[in-house]
Design a protein. Structure first.
Length: 252
């Protein structure tokens, strides 16, 4: 008689209570692990060239906007102040002395009267001392100066000075040109050049000093042998003013 064992031990089928075998066939959750993050396609990386193009475009737009604003501001300043350059003219020029010696030394004396006009309604000009030189066919025949002065709005100022040359040595080329003019025409074609710096006052604001050059030409001066002064012909003279009026960052 066989012994009986209690409780009876029977093998479990398909895992039983001790564990379960995975079902077959496999489910989708088993085939595709649910813990894996979902795939999201990434946008293609931007190339370096496209970034440079975008940066260049924005820079160009910013510069264009600044230029437009500057143009608008300049137009507003022009409308408000209406800046104009001063004008100069030769009122009279007398040759009191002009002696060119055989040793190529020049002694000369010119009495010069100028007229300076400020046409502006709201701008005042503050001139530094003015240096003046007179040339004849490119040869320097006299030098002088004018003191500093202030010229108010819509005003005309008369300037007088004496231009001299005392025993100035001339080079051979200048001597030849001057003697030729005196022999053929008994006169000299003169040109006057003035150089200085000027400040511009607008209300309580003063600009920095700017250079100004005035050139007056087409002046014909007769030269006499005696001590009598000869008056130059200045009716056809023209004076060119080289000045850039600068208000803050705008130049006119």
């Amino acid at each position: 008689m066989a012994d009986r064992v209690y409780p009876s031990a029977k093998p479990t089928v398909n895992g039983g209570a001790g564990g379960r075998n995975p079902s077959f066939p496999a489910t989708k959750a088993q085939l595709y692990n649910t813990t894996r993050p979902a795939y999201r396609p990434q946008p293609p990386p931007r190339s370096r060239r496209s970034r440079c193009c975008a940066c260049f475009l924005w820079t160009t737009l910013a510069i264009a906007a600044l230029l437009l604003l500057a143009a608008i501001a300049g137009a507003i300043l022009w409308v408000i102040y209406r800046p104009y350059r001063p004008s100069f003219s030769v009122f009279s020029l007398q040759v009191s002395q002009f002696n060119l010696t055989s040793s190529s030394q020049l002694t000369s004396k010119f009495n010069l009267t100028l007229s300076a006009r400020n046409p502006n309604k709201k701008l005042v000009f503050l001139y530094d001392p003015i240096s003046i030189s007179i040339t004849a066919d490119g040869a320097d025949v006299g030098d002088g100066s004018l003191p500093a002065f202030v010229q108010g709005t819509e005003s005309t100022t008369t300037l007088r000075t004496v231009i001299t040359s005392a025993g100035q040595s001339m080079d051979s080329t200048s001597v030849t040109v001057l003697k030729s003019d005196l022999k053929n025409q008994n006169s000299l074609p003169l040109k006057i050049q003035m150089d200085t710096k000027v400040k511009i006052k607008i209300g309580g604001l003063k600009t920095k000093r700017v250079r100004i050059r005035v050139i007056c030409d087409e002046i014909n001066a007769a030269v006499t042998a005696g001590k009598k002064a000869a008056t130059a012909t200045t009716s056809n003279s023209k004076c060119k003013v080289d000045l850039r009026i600068k208000i803050w960052k705008w130049t006119f």
